[in-house]
Ligand binder design. Structure first.
Ligand code: GLN
Length: 550
């Protein structure tokens, strides 16, 4: 029988519910259990695909082309399983299904209501996760108890325990225990209120995870236990950690996986924990001996969550080479006027990540030029590759008005355009290329040697493509198209062999990086950056700061 663990949050958003759920997933997986995870988001968008990354953070793309919440990125990185579009459900998608069913007459003339129709739809989505062959399904509920939109979800998970059986369900509730400086005390009142709210909806938590900046003392745990009616060992202290990758270890020491297993009847002796591989990741996180500076030049840099997977992928590669990666978030619009060649040249590597829309484009093109001419390692991701191509066309091929038709049609050199435009089709459609697409890499290319193979699969999320009409011109001028779709039509990778590292990919490799398996392209960038950093002061890390990996 599949076990279900529901993770809810109270008091405040951004407490790290996704990381707590992911860490639990890692712990259960380390006990030899097959784990899958999903997220139920109470907002009304059908999926996060249309949401502004500057507000909501990155859109995480799954192999099957799901545009999902960024927490799915944490899940994949922590449990190392590929998730799918059905791993993320929103109120919008629930309602659109319910309304479609109503229009089809599936409800046989009944009045369609939140209970039972919407809650049944939510429960169906949860149950579907249980058919995927996992021993444990961890379900994170977005938002916080007390939100208006969350009510049907809490009601659905309350009913779920009745449906699935008491012993098959565990409720984990995450709260905040703030420290109030004037009284010099940690306060439990917000936790009590939040648990009261949850119980008011009929859900009694089995485990309470308390986020705080200092450990929760035993006496405070006893107080929370008494007031919230959970055993003392089910009150888990989750303090801020220097690195997110420390969290599973801490939560294991606090006994989170033990209490969850006990609640759902998983025999701990049958499933002893083996955290050795995760511990070796954590060890690498904390044993960096030198630093590399990586600049991320993009549009949403004031909201680094917009590039969460990129940042994590950089860190993973850093762990592998033993380097602490210092990220500099640089606003593309400020290049080159406020952020000029000097500032960019002081970096060891540059990434221009994905993005949509015109803002900052010229700054990104200037960045790519500085990186190319200054031999600064550069990785172009999706839009970042398109930028590389436009820059090369303008300044090496001499096509001075080269552009992507995303930004203007008034160009004599549309080096990036919609596939339909390249084929002179008038119906331009508007569909995105989403999810995993295979690519063939050229023998002997930089990318083939990085990947160690010539057949790869990467996730995509874009509309515009390299215009194959210019391919020969680019290649003759030193920008190699080193990877393409199997039919050869779509250019997937470009590189400049006569440069320390100047690689672009039309895909989003960041989604497939794992803490213990860095992505080859990021590894290539960081190795090149590490080489550039050598000889720069201060390149070696002051040993007293080692351990602060983030
Ligand atoms: N805006 C570009 C396109 O649609 C790039 C998208 C991206 O970087 N994800 O092709």
């Amino acid at each position: 029988m599949t076990k279900f663990v529901f993770v809810t949050g109270g008091v405040s958003s951004s407490l790290g519910k996704g990381l707590t759920a992911s860490s639990l997933g890692r712990l259960l997986k380390s006990r030899g259990l097959k784990v899958t995870m999903c997220k139920l988001d109470p907002y009304l968008n059908v999926d996060p695909g249309t949401m502004n990354p500057g507000e909501h953070g990155e859109v995480f793309v799954t192999d099957d082309g799901g545009e999902t919440d960024l927490d799915l990125g944490h899940y994949e990185r922590f449990i190392d399983e590929s998730l799918s579009k059905i791993s993320n459900t929103t109120t919008g998608s629930i309602y659109s299904n319910v309304i479609a069913k109503e229009r089809r007459g599936d409800y046989l003339g009944k009045t369609v209501q939140v209970i039972p129709h919407v809650t049944d739809e939510i429960k169906d989505r949860i149950r579907r996760q249980g058919t995927l062959g996992a021993d444990v399904v961890i379900v994170e509920i977005g938002g916080t108890v007390g939100d208006i939109e969350i009510v049907p979800f809490i009601e659905a998970i309350r009913q779920f325990r009745r449906d699935a059986g008491r012993d098959n369900v565990c409720y984990v509730h995450l709260t905040l225990v703030p420290y109030l400086a004037p009284s010099g005390e940690q306060k439990t009142k917000p936790t009590q209120h939040s648990v009261t709210e949850l119980r008011g909806r009929g859900v009694q938590p089995d485990v309470i995870v308390c986020r705080s900046d200092q450990p929760i003392s035993d006496s405070l745990k006893r107080k929370i236990s008494l007031l919230c009616d959970v055993p003392v060992n089910a009150v888990i202290s989750a303090v801020d950690e220097p690195s997110i990758y420390d969290i599973p270890i801490t939560l294991h020491h606090e006994g989170l996986d033990t209490i969850v297993c006990n609640t759902v009847g998983i025999d701990l002796d049958d499933h002893p924990i083996d955290l050795s591989s995760w511990r070796s990741v954590v060890e690498r996180v904390h044993t960096t001996t030198r630093s590399v500076r990586i600049g991320i030049v993009g549009k949403y840099v004031t909201m680094p969550d917009a590039y969460l997977s990129v940042a994590e992928a950089v860190r993973h590669a850093g762990f592998a080479v033993g380097a602490r990666t210092e990220l500099e978030w640089l606003e593309a619009e400020r290049v080159p006027t406020e952020i000029g060649t000097d500032r960019l040249s002081a970096l060891d590597g540059i990434i221009v990540p994905g993005g949509f829309g015109e803002r900052g484009i010229e700054g990104m093109i200037a960045t790519a030029r500085i990186a190319r001419e200054g031999e600064i390692p550069y990785l172009g991701i999706c839009l970042g590759m398109q930028i590389q191509v436009i820059e090369y066309a303008r300044h090496v091929l001499g096509l001075s008005d080269a552009q992507s038709t995303e930004f203007t049609h008034a160009t004599s050199a549309p080096v990036i355009s919609l596939l339909a435009e390249q084929m002179d089709v008038t119906d331009l459609g508007g569909t995105m290329r989403l999810g995993a697409w295979p690519a063939m890499l050229a023998e002997g290319s930089v990318v083939a040697s990085l990947y160690g193979t010539t057949v790869v699969s990467e996730r995509h999320r874009h509309r515009y493509e390299f215009n194959a009409r210019y391919r020969e011109q680019f290649e003759a001028a030193g920008l190699r198209c080193s990877g393409a779709s199997p039919d050869g039509r779509l250019v997937e990778f470009v590189e400049m062999p006569a440069h320390p590292f100047f690689v672009g990919t039309q895909a989003h490799p960041e989604f497939k990086s794992r803490p213990d398996r860095p992505h080859p392209l990021f590894l290539g960038l960081i190795k090149a950056a590490d080489q550039r950093a050598e000889g720069r002061e201060p390149h070696l890390i002051d040993p007293s700061t080692v351990g602060l990996a983030r």
